[in-house]
Design a protein around this ligand. Structure first.
Ligand code: ZN
Length: 589
């Protein structure tokens, strides 16, 4: 994962904004006095779900957490990123730094291993470890499990581990690099993990690469992990892989769950082919690790997010494996941990009933539609055909084309013709490594924004030249930054010079992103429209929420009138978008 995404993932905009203005919860949002202009009635809102903010008062503007810090502190994107990265415990390595040497890495593994043993010993033997032992017993974990997974306990002490490791010959700088120790104010440093249940994370070769840690009470966050280090990258690691590899090979199937506890419970109950993605969505890098062991992968997903996950990324995984990926749908509000503990047979059944990801997507899409109507048939095609188009394996793509044709009752040839209209030109296929890079940025990235930027960057001849776009259509600050810079200069070297080095990696991924090579103008125009529509809709939704709140709390008539006026303006603009859209569609027929 890139640092920008990692910082986003570890930062909560409500926490950050709260440091500048007092926020009170109002429905699904938080509101407060705008930190940018002076006002008596709060018109500044923070949206935790979208991780965004908006001022409906004098500023009438908004953005994400980066733009908030940039505006508030008067700094540029790079400095905002570094400031937030520091708060979030994300290390930004500068590009000029040489790749960490083999010897140095070896020291890091050793330091991690020593820490794991230290924590494990504390768990087993120290009086302070009693509560952790009780916790493990309450979860039903056996002593063998505790040993197999080298579980541990970190003392409620700022320097215990640091002193232990220093006395064993590790330097403070090495410990900082492992992330076991963090830098504090005034050049001091202290242990990152304190008073926690420790889960060492091992790679497939059995080396300790990092740690997960869980609180032993109800405080939040429940889990913290090691930061990215020269030996640890969460998005390309799988918890439990060291213990699961043999079983995965033998059974020729791997199951990916989310959490540490899920893996441990599974293994204790004899399901040794289970690994965890550690809280984030599964990445293609993780799938690539498993590919060396088996082609058969099943994702255990909870019922609420399964659909999205399956639709968004299932095909990408399948293309890497060149095999089907299956989906295990968990009962609502249950983790694999719960399911297995309750009854191992249920888990067995769920695995047997796992559906190929595309079949599952078919079921999900069609369950919400009435496929006897023309309208819903066309919705089904709109949703499913782009997914089918992504399938690289010809046999499987053909299979699902037939399935779709059957589902909506049209001839195979019609569907095939529709497919050839949307399918990217295969001859202009991607430089192979690229699929990986984009795929390690799961939900954090904004595919539409990035697609649009990639078109602009790769096709300088686009006639519109970005005219239809406005920086505010880009919700991701990194994308907004690139767009603003691109408005000034177009060629990559000058573009880089305009941008902070922290954005270069992201820029490179856009410049090399694989794109279709036909009907570029049309695709670009569609993109601009969709970005504009998304922007206006999100503005309307935000305004709607506020109007409802104002009405409840009796906002002043003048404010209400102003908001409504703004609302009318944006509905008119939204109307224009729809007109353009339908005209565009008409022209294409
Ligand atoms: Zn304001």
């Amino acid at each position: 994962m890139g640092v920008i995404d990692e910082v986003k993932q570890r930062t909560d905009i409500v926490d950050i904004v709260s440091q500048y203005t007092r926020l009170t919860k109002a429905g699904r949002t938080f509101r407060g006095l705008c930190p940018f202009h002076s006002e008596k009635n709060p018109s500044f809102f923070v949206y935790p779900e979208q991780q965004s903010w908006h001022c409906f008062g004098a500023c009438n503007t908004g953005g994400d957490v980066f733009s908030f810090i940039m505006k508030k502190e008067g700094i540029d994107f790079g400095d905002a990123l570094r400031r937030l990265a520091e708060k979030a415990g994300v290390t930004i390595s500068s590009r000029s730094e040489p790749e960490a040497g083999k010897k140095e890495r070896e020291r890091l593994y050793q330091a991690n291993q020593a820490a794991a043993q230290y924590f494990h010993n504390l768990l087993l033997n120290s009086p302070a470890g009693g509560k952790a032992r009780n916790y493990l017993a309450s979860r039903g974990f056996s002593p063998k499990t505790t040993t197999d997974f080298q579980l541990g306990f970190s003392l409620n002490n700022w320097e215990a581990l640091k002193q232990y490791l220093v006395s064993n010959g590790y330097t403070e700088s090495e410990l900082l690099t492992t992330g076991l120790v963090v830098e504090a104010e005034g050049g001091k440093s202290h242990d990152r993990f304190r008073n926690k249940l420790m889960f060492p994370i091992l790679d497939i070769r059995g080396r300790v690469i990092g740690f997960g840690a869980r609180v032993l009470d109800d405080s939040l966050p429940k889990y913290v992990n090691s930061p990215q280090t020269p030996v640890f990258d969460k998005s390309s690691s799988l918890y439990g892989i060291n213990l699961a590899a043999a079983a995965i090979r033998q059974q020729n199937v791997a199951v990916i769950v989310e959490g540490y506890m899920d893996v441990i419970t599974a293994h204790q109950n004899g399901f040794n082919n289970v690994v965890a993605s550690m809280g984030t969505s599964v990445t293609e890098k993780q799938v690539s690790i498993l590919k060396r062991l088996t082609k058969n992968i099943a994702l255990a997903l909870d019922a609420d997010t399964a659909g999205e996950e399956a639709m968004l990324r299932g095909v990408g995984y399948e293309n890497i494996l060149d095999a089907e990926v299956k989906v295990i749908i968990l009962p609502r509000d249950k983790d694999p941990d719960d399911v297995i503990k309750q009854d191992t047979k249920t888990w067995q059944t769920l695995m047997e009933e796992a559906l190929p990801v595309i079949d599952y997507t078919f079921n999900m899409v069609s369950s919400k539609l009435d496929l006897s109507t023309a309208k819903d048939k066309s919705i089904a095609v709109d949703k499913l055909l782009p997914i089918i188009a992504e399938i690289k394996n010809d046999t499987r793509r053909d299979h699902y084309l037939r399935k779709l044709a059957e589902l909506i009752g049209v001839s195979y040839h019609n569907i095939e013709a529709a497919l050839s209209r949307i399918k990217p030109d295969r001859r202009a296929k991607e430089p192979r490594q690229k699929a990986m890079v984009s795929a390690t940025h799961p939900l954090l990235s904004s595919p539409l924004e990035e697609y649009c930027l990639a078109l602009l960057l790769q096709y300088p001849a686009l006639t519109d030249g970005g005219q239809g776009l406005s920086p505010e259509y880009f919700e991701g600050s990194e994308n907004r930054e690139i767009f603003i810079a691109w408005q000034k200069v177009k060629d990559p070297p000058s573009l880089k010079a305009e941008l902070d080095t922290a954005i270069w990696e992201h820029l490179d991924s856009l410049i090399t992103k694989s794109l279709p090579s036909n009907r570029i103008e049309q695709k670009y125009a569609d993109c601009v429209l969709r970005l504009r529509e998304r922007f206006l809709r999100s503005l309307e939704a935000k305004r709607g929420e506020i109007l409802a709140l104002e009405a409840e709390t009796g906002g002043t008539a003048a404010e209400l009138a102003k908001l409504e006026e703004q609302g009318i303006e944006s509905s008119i603009q939204l109307g224009e978008v729809f007109t353009q859209k339908s005209e565009g569609q008409y022209q294409r027929r």
